[in-house]
Design a protein around this ligand. Structure first.
Ligand SMILES: Nc1nc2c(ncn2[C@@H]2O[C@H](COP(=O)(O)OP(=O)(O)OP(=O)(O)O)[C@@H](O)[C@H]2O)c(=O)[nH]1
Ligand SMILES: [Mg+2]
Length: 309
């Protein structure tokens, strides 16, 4: 399919036109998630640049480099009448607190266009889930889009967990966008693609984002990005053939997050107990060593020293 046809499909996409109608969903949210600095904001700017067909603009502020985290808010950008892009805050270390927050963003439990702070624990996560009841965002059809820069190398366990959790939370196969396509050797790109396939991801799109420094329109860049958007919406169309229930889905999502938070709290508790036991053991060992030293000291003393004291 050529770029004009793909663009037209994306522009006119509406959940109302799906096989069973909109089933209670009002819009599609393409939810970008992943590590900080991997190109989420640049991907949003590229999509807007292509769809708006105007001058290049930094709608989403881009980081000065991959190493300096930029996006702290969960900003939304309207791509078409019915499709919105969400620039979620990216994780740095991807510890359990950060992944928890990423799942809250993905599950649409955090407010749009507000800043994201990493959680501190179980209570914090529960409060955020309860607060989300007031936001009324149950009617968004979520598509998870994992943005990944292959130059960073891959740590399969974390990425696998994120891909599979994204699928469980949203019920949709995550789209994987591999950025910096032109700067990664083909063999490395193929390897990374295979790794993501093994994790269960099927929709993988290598793209070269348009940036402030390089925004010369090319058919290659246009095609790759449009293909990614087109195929993601085709997946929505396919999924909408099933009978779906937005409120039921939200309940399931909530259950997933609560189980995650509960497991994480238990793990933390176990870890704390382990650390405490280790500390106590070390202290005991130190005491024993001191005692032994005292005994040895005593043994070394001559008989008349003992008599004198
Ligand atoms: N050459 C090239 N540079 C890119 C590409 N995507 C992003 N960049 C650059 O990589 C850096 C980080 O990009 P951002 O779009 O800010 O990344 P992000 O994921 O939004 O980062 P955070 O907001 O910090 O989470 C910027 O300097 C971009 O110009 C790409 O596909 N190709
Ligand atoms: Mg950003």
């Amino acid at each position: 399919m050529d770029t004009d046809n793909m663009k037209e499909f994306i522009m006119n996409f509406s959940l109302d036109n799906c096989a069973r109608g909109n089933q209670g969903y009002s819009r599609v949210l393409l939810q970008l998630f992943g590590y900080a600095g991997h190109g989420k904001s640049s991907f949003i700017n590229s999509c807007k640049y292509i769809m708006d067909d105007s001058e290049y603009r930094e709608y989403a502020k881009v980081a000065d480099s991959r190493e300096a985290p930029e996006t702290m808010m969960r900003n939304s950008y309207k791509l078409t009448e019915n499709v919105t892009l969400v620039d979620n805050r990216g994780g740095g270390k991807m510890n359990k607190m950060e992944t928890g927050e990423i799942y809250l963003q993905l599950g649409n439990f955090l407010p749009l266009d507000e800043s994201v702070t990493w959680q501190t624990g179980f209570d914090d996560m529960m409060k955020k889930i309860s607060a989300s009841e007031r936001q009324g965002c149950a009617a968004d059809f979520i598509v998870p889009v994992f943005v990944y820069c292959p130059k960073a190398g891959i740590s399969p366990t974390e990425e696998k967990e994120m891909i599979s959790s994204a699928r469980t939370i949203t019920g949709v196969d995550p789209t994987v966008v591999l950025t910096h396509e032109l700067y990664v050797p083909i063999h490395q790109l193929t390897k990374i693609r295979d790794t993501f396939r093994k994790m269960g991801a099927r929709n993988i799109y290598p793209v070269e984002n348009y940036t402030h420094g390089d925004n010369l329109k090319t058919r290659g860049k246009h095609t790759a990005i449009l293909q990614c958007l087109y195929e993601s919406l085709k997946d929505v169309e396919f999924k909408m053939k099933e009978e779906l229930n937005p409120s039921e889905e939200r309940i399931k999502r909530k259950e997933f997050l609560m189980t995650f938070a509960h497991k994480r709290a238990l793990e933390n508790q176990k870890q704390e107990i382990k650390e405490m036991q280790l500390k106590e053991q070390l202290e005991r060992e130190k005491e024993q060593e001191k005692e032994q030293e005292k005994e040895q000291e005593k043994a070394k003393r001559r008989w008349y020293y003992l008599w004198l004291h």
